[in-house]
Design a protein around this ligand. Sequence first.
Ligand code: FAD
Length: 518
Amino acid sequence: MSERIKSVCIVGGGSAGWLAAAVIAARHRAGHPDDIEVTLIESEAIGILGVGEGTWPTMRNTLRKIGVSETDFFRECNASFKQGAKFARWASGAEDDFYYHPLVLPEGFPSLDLASFWNHYATGNDSVPSFSDAVCFQEAVCEKGLAPKLITTAEYGCVANYAYHLDANKFAQFLKKHCTAKLGVRHVIDEVDEVALAGNGDVSHLVTRRNGDLRADLYVDCTGFNALLIGKALGVPFRPCTDVLFIDRALAVQVPYDTPDQPIVPYTVSTAQTNGWIWDIGLQNRRGVGYVYSSAHGSPEQAEAELAAYVGPAIEALQPREIRIQSGHREQFWKGNCVAVGLSAGFLEPLEASALVLIELSVEMISAMLPATRETMPITARRFNEITRYRWDRIIDFLKLHYCLSERDDSDFWRDNRDPATIPDSLREQLALWRYRAPGDQDFSSNNEMFPAASYQYVLFGMGFKMDLSERSYLVRDTGRADEAFRRTAALKEKWTRTLPKNRELIDKILEYGMARV
Ligand SMILES: Cc1cc2nc3c(=O)[nH]c(=O)nc-3n(C[C@H](O)[C@H](O)[C@H](O)COP(=O)(O)OP(=O)(O)OC[C@H]3O[C@@H](n4cnc5c(N)ncnc54)[C@H](O)[C@@H]3O)c2cc1C
């Protein structure tokens, strides 16, 4: 009889650890005698990173699946709606240079190739609206500071697709409460001092400071940058990608609102700077703001000065927190009976909030593929490693796309980002094809894609990329359906900018009355 997998031990209680515990326990009903036993051990002394405040829309489904109420989530996590990202000064660097990566797909996508028609109309005609504004109503909703739904819209439902901004520390507390009270997760507060290995290279047990030895059939390393199991104990090498993505420092501050009724911006603002970019995330009672930059291109003093200029006089009362980043990931994510999730598996940079979504996808995969026996674990591990590696590569390409198309010439940071030697071959190939046609589903044929072709379209055309359709003029000959789609977008804009409430107004109502339950 093979060794059955009956227990999972998650080490680390940040977003990765608690999401892993919640998703595995919710599916495998931890706490019942015949079910999988899920334990999470975390060190209060070490604490969690406590940043990472922007999510993807996938988080709605994750929260729904683990059985939490969206109203409770808003009330306890200082949460707000995120309807995509506004990228300011990334293309030319001019004051009025911006584009959106909204979360609503272009009208008619994917059956209608509206991008080609927009390119056709916009070439040589400055009066045509920007791509994101022409093909989707969400930019207009964002520019007016509106919410993505009505108070009558059910929990997790929407008028315009949305994700969240959240307080990372509160989110971990919220998940902890749900996991321990509702999902039967055993919670141990202690330090893991040593990871003991078995003769076959598996993790045999964890030596803790106060609770003796902890044993499990599967270990999930969520120890953050510490990478205690996957890195330190199992020696899986780290694969840097600093030759492609140059960000290696963050300066983070929490900026209080001037007044309690200050509008909450319903999207992440990402403003390009001399040697990186500043994120700006509006929560209920404060903004999370941070400058991520390349220390090889600019000094900490220069970064502090640019952050201060961005935040304004409020910076005087704040002490920016420095966080060091090395962009890259592990060469393997699952080795033996240990799988790494979250920062222990790797981190690139905060752009496009790709870390939390990768955690969600990884824990969903672990939970769905959870091997029944130790004997079958290597098959699961190999598949998990292949899929996860593919996902990291696609994220690297997509993040680099934001940088390599910039025309900014004010620093080596931007010039180096344009250098073809720093652009992965896979992205260079795509860009060569997209000179003559828009990104489409055929360019992203795996079941494990991270970003849909629509996301590439928003960034590509937002950054001013132009296609030459002269060889394929038939693509834009039949303008009837496209014109109808442009008219539909304009009508949706008119309707929703008239009907949707202000973002803060809706959030205040949710806090007071709650959302309609599903
Ligand atoms: C500047 C910055 C901005 C970011 N912004 C975003 C964003 O907008 N969107 C997004 O999706 N992601 C973002 N991220 C990434 C995001 O913060 C992380 O993916 C997320 O917080 C998950 O962290 P974690 O749980 O892996 O690690 P951590 O939060 O560091 O948790 C590690 C846990 O391991 C425990 N631990 C460590 N060693 C031991 C030990 N020996 N014994 C016991 N316990 C131990 C700690 O106590 C802690 O509980 C950002 C990251 C950075 C650096």
